[in-house]
Design a protein around this ligand. Sequence first.
Ligand SMILES: Nc1ncnc2c1ncn2[C@@H]1O[C@H](COP(=O)(O)OP(=O)(O)OP(=O)(O)O)[C@@H](O)[C@H]1O
Length: 810
Amino acid sequence: MDREANLPVPAAKNIIRPPVKPPDTTPSSSSSSSSPPDFLHHVHAAFKRHRPLATRQSNILRPRRMLVPQREALTNSGSSLGPMVDAKKSQDVISLSQGHMVKDSVGETKNMVTVLGEIQEDASITPPTISGCKDDKAIPLLHGESQQTDGQKKVQHSVGSNAVSQEMEWITSNQMEASTVLNHDSKHRNFQNLESEISLRSDGGITSLLSKRTTAVQDQLHQFSRNFLSQPATQSSVVGSSCATSTSVHSTSAPMLNLTTCSSHLHRDSGSHVAVEPFGDFNMQSQNINQGNVVQLSNPSPKDTSGMLIEQKALAGKASNCAIDTQMEVKEYDQSKEQQGRVTKESNIPENPPLLDNSTKGKGYVGDVTNIQSQAPLSKSSSSDMKLEPSKSEKQERAACGKGASAPRKRNYDQDLFFKVNGKLYQRLGKIGSGGSSEVHKVISSDCTIYALKKIKLKGRDYTTAFGFCQEIEYLNKLKGKNNIIQLIDYEVTDKALLHEVMNGSMSNKDGRVKDDGYIYMVLEYGEIDLAHMLSQKWNEMDGSYQTIDQNWLRFYWQQILQAVNTIHEERIVHSDLKPANFLLVKGSLKLIDFGIAKAIMSDTTNIQRDSQVGTLSYMSPEAFMCNENDANGNTIKCGRPSDIWSLGCILYQMVYGRTPFSEYKTFWAKFKVITDPNHEITYGPVSNPWLLDLMKKCLAWDRNERWRIPQLLQHPFLVPPVPPQLSSFKDKNCKLLQLIAETSSNDHEASMLCCQIQELLCNPVQPVASQLLTSREQQCKSLSQMSKLCFLLQERLANSERKIEDLGM
Ligand SMILES: Nc1ncnc2c1ncn2[C@@H]1O[C@H](COP(=O)(O)OP(=O)(O)OP(=O)(O)O)[C@@H](O)[C@H]1O
């Protein structure tokens, strides 16, 4: 990320969505003339991070299901993924080939992407029938009818079979889910079609409805679930000239929202999360796929769908905190069962679902992880059968994960598509950005939550820097639960020794460099847009007009900025790199990110010393430039909280004027010179509210001791306009006196005018002095002399009129 960039280039406003596939579309066979790179291009476009300007993105997933016939996806990629622009809904859209697997003929699908699915914008889900479905209108197992709105929406799901068709009402949260990620692996020249999951959320309301379900329906559901779990939720085919890889996403963990997950879940407020898993039998006939949108199982009988045991339980009543109604847990994988086309995993929902404590997390709880299995290379014949069989090594890895062993990682997932953090897989959705030291990616977890994953490469860095990176984890851990700080969900430092040192506050190898190929992974709450983009958007909106920034907008976000920084200052942390890009909007609130160069205030002194100059030039305080040097009195210049206040002043200035205070000074040295010059006067343009001007000055005082602290700033008249009751009654009395005088001299126009002017000065002292502040003594004296002049004039006027009356002998 360019640290100098103050106002980023506006992001594209359009959200690319997969198209709604009309039900009567007849896809053709799997062969296609469309070139994969074109298709990839569109798919990538669909996953690009949107930093919408006109719309807010959401990390919320909406129910969505797609089954795109291969050819259509290939030939009409533009329409399948590209042009579905929806500026109103700014959620991250992930198209989903929801777990439908088609037996691909390798010969036919070489180097081609198999994209399955139909897209239904209305989120209706049309899984294969559980039993006895004869026609191609497979009875929907779960049918959601919903036009997604921002809020929660009711979706009706009908659990269908010939015998029983019951409707369950689910409240979908404002989450959509579905993803198709296509990755072009240039090395293997393969294309992978990746599925995603569908998640429908339910809230407490579901419980009552669920309870109405008949046992028969539950059985049906069990069978469906078992069947789903016996197969990968999604399977992607990578068929290259030299090898074929089948990647499947077992979404077995998608429903794994247990209480702990929930309690640590950042979106717990959005309701419970019922993953509607893909269809039971992937053994679909491709012709069915090709002939319509409706997915139909070739063997839709319950027998075939029997298998893995999974239980859903309505838990809404119990899980009051997280309102998760349905949970599924997948336990062990049994290969022998799978070979029989049976259940390979057992899923049991205990009365009290298992809690994922930290230790479990650290050990990589297998069941909670989207299970990606790849087979490569595969022979042509074998690749036609996309069923996955866990390899020995996978089992070993699982065992290792289960034991928390620190055995070398065996990768059974595509690193281009997934990140693994503490055994949990996160599917890449796109790169958000790269900072000075890191890459940040948008990812989706197995429970269908969008996160940001920050990856920091340690190799080659000096230990001091690496130590600093690890400290960010420490700070974020310290700031857990603070709702104006971005939340750290999980992390992994592959260099355990380094982490250990950081956690123990020691560092033995200070001068060395990290040799090993180590990384830091941080799974973070996902921010939709940063303040820099918001400002850019705001200024674009006002483009050309002479409007000034809306002061209520300013107050709203300025207060949130102050509160966020106050939180860390209270924790004795100085951020040192405050800038608009480091405030992210999460569900309407600004949250602070990037503690990469933050420092803790160790002692009771309020300042900290830094090893090096830090910060982003345009927002750096004078003392940050001169850190560790000696001031005029010979004292070492230190950076503390006031340094952050200066940066806040620069942010406020930018919010008001659309540029930073020293933006006209382009080079480092020019900036350095002017910022470190105590006599340099910052220029402030006119503002309608003088308190705003005062506020900026309070933050941008050159002398750090003169800068206000956050508690004071939170009480500044700009945020809290002062109306002291005594003053108002005082004003009232004086105004009454003047009013009386004005009334008695109503025939004297000049006297009345003087009364008005005095009254104006008393009641509204700011306006008459033309937006100059009354805070300086000089200004106050001027105003008073103006007042006394007016009073004198009035007195004279009244005296004259008195004399005139006397002269007339009245
Ligand atoms: N939780 C998040 N959600 C969304 N975007 C994020 C998140 N964390 C970071 N980003 C984005 O990723 C980019 C880099 O992140 P970050 O600032 O943390 O990295 P960095 O290496 O510390 O960068 P720098 O030091 O240059 O500020 C930024 O554009 C930021 O907006």
